[in-house]
Design a protein. Structure first.
Length: 375
């Protein structure tokens, strides 16, 4: 059976060079990084070289990079520690954030009685920056938590603009860059972001590893206690092969960024063209001219009774796509993201998310369209 993978916003295939590097570390560099003997020192050196490599890519200092198990852990750590250690009493976020942020904020609101305000979402699915500015006008000890790229519809937040607005209003700015890391460049010396989160498996690295950027001078306490790993901020023996794999994946991603972006952008434009040509009545969620280049979310002009079977039928043909976040794949509820700006009528129709990588081809798209026509 032909296999077409178009769910790269959920996870990506490991780059072969990353596999090679991780295999070498697994077989040769197995020392505990906290051990003082030569094997331990070598593992520690690999971790610190990886930290420096990531920091160089983001134009920040190595001490500002903290390794975590994933983006979810990093989001939880930053938000929870901000409330406890920075005495934040107000969080501004949006209702289209990943649940790693939304659920954390909701629990903290119950536990600490903090004020939570949700910035408006425009009909395009984008955050209303004017409303955000209004909310910040009366803010005190505030954390703004807004994702860079929405994982379901690909809407883009102007993080440079938001970071400056937050700084003007003396608010902390936390952004989840899980979908954009390795796909756009960041300059953390120029952009006054306070906290940033990433996850390796979204840029052809391994699962089970991510990192948090915490700007120098901001003091947080750990939520995992035990050893003194990660500058005392995250106890637990470091997963050396995953850390090395993450750094290698990010290095590769940025070395081929220009070519990959062009290839993927061309594929997305081709998909839009072919959908319009062969699926009359298709609608695109978000302004396709402004959504991120590797994510495309669209409404199919099919009856609601076909919704449940579309993914099954495509899966039987070897096509991997999704209806939204993989973290919510078991849910029967409508997408919380689409619910914020779609009409009830459109919400009942099947929406699909197609997300691309440099491994995809026009032949993959042709095969997808061919099978959508048969639904």
């Amino acid at each position: 059976m032909k296999k077409v993978y178009l769910d790269n916003a959920a996870t990506t295939a490991l780059h072969p060079e990353v596999v090679t590097e991780m295999t070498r570390v697994l077989t040769e560099d197995y020392g505990n990084p906290s051990s003082t003997h030569f094997l331990g020192r070598n593992s520690r050196n690999l971790i610190e070289l990886s930290r420096k490599s990531i920091a160089k890519s983001l134009n920040c200092s190595a001490q500002e990079i903290i390794f975590t198990s994933c983006g979810t852990e990093a989001n939880n750590f930053i938000i929870q520690s901000s409330i406890r250690d920075l005495k934040i009493n107000k969080i501004i976020t949006s209702k289209i954030e990943h649940h790693a942020v939304l659920h954390t904020v909701q629990i903290l609101q119950e536990q600490y009685g903090i004020e939570v305000e949700y910035v408006n979402i425009l009909p395009s699915g984008e955050v209303d920056i004017i409303h955000l500015t209004d909310l910040l006008a009366t803010a005190d000890k505030t954390l703004v938590s807004l994702m860079h790229i929405n994982n379901e519809i690909g809407t883009v937040l102007n993080i440079e603009r938001v970071a400056k607005i937050c700084k003007q209003h003396h608010a902390y700015f936390h952004t989840d860059t899980v979908q954009s890391m390795g796909k756009v460049t960041f300059d953390l010396q120029e952009t006054p972001i306070d906290f940033l989160v990433a996850s390796a498996h979204k840029f052809h690295g391994p699962k089970g590893i991510g990192f948090a950027f915490i700007r120098k001078g901001i003091v947080l306490n750990p939520i995992l206690l035990g050893g003194e790993q990660e500058k005392g901020l995250r106890a637990g023996t470091e997963c050396v092969h995953n850390i090395v794999g993450q750094a290698k994946a990010l290095e590769i991603a940025y070395s081929s960024l220009i070519d990959d972006e062009k290839h993927i952008t061309d594929l997305k434009n081709y998909t839009i063209l072919e959908l319009n040509k062969h699926i009359p009545g298709v609608k695109f969620n978000g302004n396709t001219e402004h959504t991120f280049y590797n994510v495309l979310n669209f409404i199919l002009p099919f009856s609601s009774d076909k919704t449940a079977m579309i993914l099954f039928n495509l899966d039987m043909k070897g096509i991997a796509v999704s209806r939204g976040s993989a973290c919510q794949s078991g849910s029967t509820k409508p997408s919380h993201v689409l619910s914020e700006f779609l009409s009830d009528e459109d919400l009942e129709k099947p929406s699909l998310r197609v997300s691309f990588s440099h491994y995809n081809t026009k032949e993959d798209i042709d095969y997808l369209i061919e099978n959508l026509k048969l639904v």
